[in-house]
Design a protein around this ligand. Structure first.
Ligand SMILES: Nc1ncnc2c1ncn2[C@@H]1O[C@H](COP(=O)(O)OP(=O)(O)O)[C@@H](O)[C@H]1O
Ligand SMILES: [Mg+2]
Length: 285
């Protein structure tokens, strides 16, 4: 703002600054001109064993390092196993405050957890809480793996983290949201993927939330399970491996297929998953 001679104030148009969020993998940050633009919703797609879950761990770890609260939804593995796996790559989450939404443990407002974990038990707990009886006395059940339960659980996590200001739905502090995997929520209705991901985006995706959404790949059709997430996402990291029957070894690759609001490397990377380190990327070509 500048003061004019008459004493009124004039707004000087500010150059749009893009805040970058580290992926926790330095080569990937470099390939994105410093990181993911803040507030992006990134789909992680790929067949089993390509490294999707490990990529999520790097993102959460980078969050801890940056002081960002983390909401970690895990439907594929127990968080205990996520912790064990992450430790093999030098990411020791157990040094930090972790709150499982299904436990009765509480943290003081002044000392909120670093990570809120939502696993299947947490989802079951929230599903029970939001199930209600309507005016005619009919019970309305919510399933643990429904998009409504997921939304309610994430909002509960924001509350626990203390990032919501009274009456506001937008976190006042930057939050990292990880959902591994989102496909679990439309397992029985793949045709609903677009609608569900849209609902989720509207309900939880705010400018102060940067999200990773793991989407499984249907091996048979070689396409993302459920159609639509990739269209709604601001970014897509796609992972794959060579046909192991031909190459007789596991050779993994990753490509930044899309990322809004930034330039990025358009060539694929060779992915090595190394003990003690995790993801190591080598540019191809
Ligand atoms: N300690 C380790 N050292 C090296 N590679 C590992 C280690 N732990 C797991 N991996 C590799 O990571 C792969 C699993 O990656 P993950 O992220 O779980 O895949 P996805 O989620 O895509 O199914 C394993 O198949 C294995 O090849
Ligand atoms: Mg996985």
């Amino acid at each position: 703002m500048i003061k004019s001679r008459e004493g009124s104030t004039t707004k000087i148009p500010k150059k749009e600054i893009i805040h970058r969020i580290s992926t926790g993998v330095s080569e990937l940050d470099r390939a994105l001109e410093g990181g993911i633009p803040k507030g992006s919703w990134v789909a992680i797609t790929g067949e089993p064993g390509t490294g999707k879950s490990i990529l999520c761990m790097h993102f959460a770890w980078a969050g801890i390092k940056a002081g960002d609260p983390v909401v970690y939804v895990t439907t594929e593995a127990e968080f205990r196993d996520v912790l064990k796996q992450a430790k093999m790559f030098g990411m020791d989450f157990e040094q930090y405050r972790i709150l499982d939404i299904s436990s009765s443990k509480q943290y003081q407002e002044a000392n909120p957890p670093h990570i809120v974990v939502i696993d299947i038990f947490g989802l079951l707990k929230i599903a029970r809480q939001i199930s209600s009886t309507d005016e005619e006395g009919k019970k309305r059940f919510h399933y643990a793996l429904s998009i409504e339960t997921l939304i309610a659980s994430i909002n509960e996590a924001y509350k626990i983290l203390g990032v919501l200001r009274e009456g506001s739905k937008t976190p006042q502090k930057h939050v990292r949201l990880i959902i591994d995997s989102i496909s679990a929520f439309w397992a029985d209705k793949p045709a609903m993927a677009r609608r569900y991901s849209y609902d989720l985006k509207v309900a939880t995706h705010r400018e102060n939330v940067t999200a990773y959404l793991v989407s499984q790949y249907a091996m048979t059709t070689k396409s993302t399970f459920g159609f639509g997430l990739e269209h709604i996402a601001d970014g897509v990291f796609h992972l794959w491996m060579d046909d192991v029957e031909k190459t007789k070894e596991v050779k993994r690759y990753m490509i930044i297929k899309k990322m809004r609001m930034t330039n990025h490397v358009r060539k694929a990377f060779l992915v090595e998953i190394e003990p003690g380190k995790g993801f190591v990327l080598t540019p191809l070509g």
